[in-house]
Design a protein around this ligand. Structure first.
Ligand code: GLV
Length: 337
């Protein structure tokens, strides 16, 4: 039987490419070029599957140019780069990589939150500039993390992992807001208290964002929300750019309406709002919350597992739109070479 052809849209671990090559004809992207929409649509010609990352946008236009495409496997837990409804309408299976990155991402979110609270980046920059000439009682005084109130917006897997760190490791009080409330047996071990969004903003000493990006969460934190926060509070975003209004955040930081922020994700990344680059009270990292060698490898392997199983008649471990499988529409698609 003729082997299916797949596109691996970005550079990835050679071992994962080798695994995929055992099953498919693989078109790789060793130069790691970022394909804009027309280039991506053209590269997908003749491909039954695609291994993507957050930088590839899969929408109706790309799908309509490639009616032979059957599976898009994202190497990320977030999938706002996919138009899932458009995939489902065309019988294209979409998959992501949940679970394998939960603890690693929570580690990083907690580290960023601590870095903002204790002014680590700001004080390091001061030291590197050669401005440290003496110790003083109020130099870079921040706010405590232990015993403080941790606010979590979005209480999925990563939110709960952060809550465990805060409650069990640092004696923090945990409050959260989410579309749905956790079951009492999930709230109890971490003492998590469900509050409305305004209360979350008002009461949190350290607010961490871990909700998915969608039209509904666009600018969930803007000028009005920042105005509700304590002037001593910190804001950390390890979710997605666009959830925070970056321009409004820069103003709030400059005017010390909140104490500090830590961002791993940005509106329009890899571009960063220029005002965020000049405010001192911020920690900035280039979308690396899941970036440990082991976790990135697990993510790549899971994306590959999804692609392999979906295209060889197996059960993909982490489908986003499993209705495509249930309705048997994936199998109906005739792969075209
Ligand atoms: C990273 O941002 C992811 O969604 O996995």
């Amino acid at each position: 039987m003729k082997r299916a052809t797949v596109l691996v849209a970005r550079a990835v671990f050679p071992e994962v490419l080798a695994r995929l090559s055992q099953h498919f004809e693989v078109e790789a992207n060793p130069d790691d070029t970022i394909f804009g929409k027309p280039a991506l649509a053209a590269r997908l010609a003749g491909k039954a599957g695609a291994f993507t990352t957050g930088s590839e946008r899969i929408d109706a236009e790309v799908l309509d140019a490639n009616p032979q495409l059957r599976v898009v496997a994202n190497m990320a837990v977030g999938y706002n780069n996919f138009d899932v409804a458009a995939c489902t309408a065309r019988g294209v299976l979409a998959t992501n990589t949940p679970d394998v990155l939960t603890e690693t991402t929570a580690d990083f979110g907690f580290a960023l939150m601590m870095a903002a609270a204790r002014r680590m980046a700001e004080s390091e920059h001061f030291l590197r500039r050669g401005e440290w000439t003496k110790w003083s009682y109020d130099m870079f005084t921040g706010s405590d993390v232990h015993g403080a109130t941790l606010g979590i917006l979005g209480m999925g897997r990563i939110g709960q992992a952060l809550a465990r760190r805060g409650a069990l490791g640092f004696g923090m009080k945990v409050i959260y807001h989410n579309r749905s409330r956790l079951a009492p047996e999930q709230e109890a071990p971490i003492g998590a208290r469900y509050v409305d969004k305004a209360a979350l903003l008002r009461e949190a000493d350290h607010l961490v964002l871990v909700l998915p990006y969608s039209a509904a969460s666009h600018h969930a934190i803007g000028a009005a929300e920042l105005a509700l926060m304590k002037p001593t509070a910190t804001l950390t975003n390890v979710a997605r750019g666009g959830i925070v209004d970056d321009a409004a955040l820069a103003v709030a930081l400059r005017e010390r309406r909140i104490a500090a922020a830590a961002l791993d994700v940005f509106e329009g990344e890899p571009k960063v709002h220029p005002d965020l680059l000049t405010v001192p009270n911020i920690v900035l990292t280039p979308h690396i919350a899941s970036a440990t060698v082991a976790t990135r490898r697990r993510m790549a392997d899971l994306a590959a597992d999804n692609l392999i199983t979906a295209l060889t008649g197996g059960r993909p471990p982490t489908p986003i739109n499993p209705e495509v499988l249930r309705e048997g529409r994936l199998a109906e698609k005739t792969p075209r070479a």
